[in-house]
Design a protein around this ligand. Structure first.
Ligand code: PHE
Length: 417
């Protein structure tokens, strides 16, 4: 008997009980929206890279490298272990990631490449690409989105050119033997191996650099705030939020790279900052794009609005035309061993997307119910259907809705009400 496999771009991977990538998700690999010239994600990418060229060029040469074509198929070591993400961390859950098998997955963030690039000897680099996460379905969430990640490291002489007396590391830390020191993160201001001077200077450079970036993108008057955050791979860590159309919008996560990562990957004499930002968030806000699915549109009515434009041109997306939505509900009884709290809604969302494809605009939980007598659990979801380029007929929607009902009956053993 042959082993079950999943095929991704002509490579076959052995599948196991971790496998949850779907053919629909696999079909997004290689689209590289961030490299398609008339795609808004590509415009935002180019604007950010341009800001980097302006910030970090030495004698006419850029002092960083750009990686925008790294394969999204990574190991759990790259995505988690190398970044000090604990084995029981929730971000590893099968319900949150697209696993190929227990050792391989579609990267859940671009930070997955940080260690390997450090190990190859790089100090300053940008990584841009598609990332995959299982999540709810609405106008701002799509299982594939794009991130731009940065690492910038400095040696003592680069950080303190005029202060040879200052150091990156505490005197009690021996950088030749990092394993003899327990690098703690109990002090909210810094890692125990780093000096306060080095951490504070890196923090100031990191924050100035990022504020400069959002000002270049959104204008000098953009309102912003820093929020303390936690990432297993940086300490201290922050999130940057911008005030945009009456809401605080989280645009990026950042921090000082945990020294264990640098020490494991090679450079033992540097301190680094890193950040990761979501391109869809920025593009949707910058160009007033109301639905994340539009990024995937091949429709010329969408793409021509971003074609042959000056990189910094002010573009406001104009809806080509808005086609009506169509909402159908789906209610079902759960099998006896599943409750309304243990039901894997992300599995349900993936199945809905597998059958309905991109015409699924939103799936919302409408009602939960426990029958007073039979104690049976039931859920009701509303599925909102909308095609971005034409009007759907009710008959067409009913057919897909019926297919979804049939699929969930066989996949989850539920009974349609
Ligand atoms: N990888 C983080 C995320 O996806 C962002 C991040 C990158 C945070 C680098 C800190 C440093 O949310």
């Amino acid at each position: 008997k042959s082993m079950p496999t999943v095929k991704i771009n002509s490579t076959e991977f052995i599948s196991d009980d971790y496998t949850n990538v779907t053919p629909k998700i696999i079909s997004y690999l290689g689209r590289n929206l961030h490299l398609q010239n008339d795609n808004p994600l590509s415009i935002v990418r180019q604007r950010i890279v341009q800001y980097f060229y302006k910030s970090f060029t030495h004698r006419g040469k850029p002092t960083f490298s750009v990686y925008d074509n790294l394969s999204p198929i990574v190991s759990t070591k790259q995505n988690f272990d190398d970044l000090l993400i604990p084995v029981d961390h929730p971000s590893r859950a099968k319900s949150d990631c697209y696993y190929i098998n227990k050792d391989m997955l579609l990267r859940a963030h671009m930070t997955a490449h940080q260690s390997e690039l450090l190990r190859s000897g790089l100090n300053n680099f940008l990584m841009i690409g598609d990332v995959y996460r299982r999540d709810e379905i609405d106008s701002t969430h799509f299982p594939v989105f794009h991130q731009l990640d940065v690492v910038r490291s400095q040696r003592k002489e680069q950080l303190f050119p005029n202060h040879p007396d200052l150091d990156i590391f505490e005197p009690t830390f021996d950088k030749e033997r990092p394993h003899l020191f327990t690098n703690t993160i109990t002090d909210p201001t810094k890692q125990s191996c780093h000096t306060l001077e080095a951490t504070k200077l890196m923090e100031a450079q990191l924050k100035n650099h990022l504020i400069g970036l959002v000002q270049v993108l959104f204008g000098d008057d953009i309102k912003y705030r820093w929020v303390d955050a936690y990432f297993p791979f940086t300490h201290p860590s922050w999130e940057l939020e911008i005030y945009y159309e009456n809401n605080w919008l989280e645009v990026l996560g950042c921090g000082i790279v945990r020294n264990e990562i640098l020490a494991n990957a090679g450079p033992n004499n540097t301190i680094a900052y890193a950040f990761g930002l979501g391109l869809e968030r920025l593009a949707m806000a910058l160009y007033k794009i109301p639905d994340i699915r539009l990024m995937w549109s091949q429709d010329s009515g969408f793409l021509t609005q971003f074609q042959n434009k000056e990189l910094n041109a002010k573009i406001t997306y104009k809806p080509v035309s808005v086609y009506p939505q169509c909402t159908n509900d789906i209610s079902f009884w759960l099998p006896e061993n599943i409750t309304i709290d243990t039901f894997m809604s992300n599995d349900f969302y993936d199945l809905v997307r597998d059958i309905g494809g991109d015409i699924i605009e939103q799936v919302k939980l409408k009602d939960k119910f426990i029958h007073p007598k039979t104690k049976k659990h039931s859920l009701c979801f509303s599925i909102v259907y909308r095609h971005l380029e034409r009007t759907l007929t009710q008959a067409e929607v009913n057919k897909i809705h019926k297919d979804i009902e049939n699929a969930i009956v066989s996949a989850f053993n539920v009974v349609i009400r």
